[in-house]
Ligand binder design. Structure first.
Ligand code: SF4
Length: 260
């Protein structure tokens, strides 16, 4: 059964569900109506994954603060983590696995607040499905891409032709980390730039750029933070997004919402 079908079944069974929507969502959906739209098909609560990203930042910055000589590579990108496990087991000790990804951190917050509800992550990433099922099965997160969510919306709009309220706010929201899906989002929103000098930070995105960045990280011991995302440009270019927008147009949508 596809994950869209799983979600349709759960919604029809009136299961208690919390939608956790990734910070790249404004590329595909109107921030003013997405909460109403999700609640109209049966979600009880709708939260921004930017909430968990704030916790990711807190954990990452606390490593830097508490260990003045530590150097590490960020871990929120599921594809990058898998790439490292396969291609660079020798460098795995640099990957900060102790820092929760925004999806995992948000699910932890949701589980604490609404223990009877199942978290449903909706985002741009296919590999988050493996992060959920292989790395954190205890959290029982159902993972859908935006493309799959569109199939769910189509299913319910065929049935009921619902209209959506013009505005409804998130049950949990966070503006400081809404830039997370743009490459360097973690570094720029966490305060790491206030803690470290420019030559102690590297930001890289795109699989073709990663090898050079890893080699530099290995050789240049000055670098304390390597902030990596597998998709070139960051999660805004994730495969689960259905959009014809160019990279700059996607960035503009994210920054406009972050500053709204
Ligand atoms: S950069 Fe791409 S692969 Fe990595 S978490 Fe974002 S969408 Fe997934």
């Amino acid at each position: 059964m596809s994950d869209s079908d799983k979600l349709i079944t759960l919604l029809k069974q009136k299961a208690k569900l919390v939608a956790m929507i990734a910070p790249s969502f404004p590329i595909m959906y109107d921030p003013k109506t997405i909460v109403s739209k999700l609640k109209s098909i049966g979600f009880t609560y709708v939260v921004e994954v930017a909430v968990g990203a704030k916790e990711t930042n807190r954990q990452a910055v606390s490593i830097l603060k508490n260990n003045p000589h530590t150097r590490f590579i960020t871990s929120p990108c599921s594809s990058f983590v898998r790439y490292m496990r396969t291609k660079h087991p020798d460098l795995l000790h640099y990957v900060a696995f102790e820092v929760d990804s925004p999806m995992v951190a948000t699910a932890g917050i949701v589980k604490k607040k609404w223990p009877e509800h199942q978290p449903v992550f909706i985002g741009p990433c296919l590999l988050k499905k493996l992060e959920s099922s292989q790395d954190r099965p205890d959290l029982n997160i159902l993972v859908l891409t935006y493309r799959e969510l569109d199939q769910v919306f189509s299913h319910f709009s065929n049935e009921s032709n619902k209209t959506y309220e013009t505005y409804s706010s998130f049950d949990l929201s966070e503006s400081s980390t809404r830039i997370y899906p743009i490459d360097g989002g973690l570094t720029d929103s966490s305060g790491a730039r206030n803690l470290l000098k420019e030559d102690e930070i590297r930001v890289v995105s795109g699989v073709k750029n990663m090898e050079a960045a890893l080699t530099e990280f290995e050789q240049n011991k000055k670098i304390r933070l390597l902030d990596v995302l597998f998709c070139e440009g960051g999660c805004i270019m994730g495969p689960g997004i259905a959009s014809n927008l160019k990279i700059q147009e996607r960035k503009d949508k994210i920054t406009a919402y972050a500053h709204s």
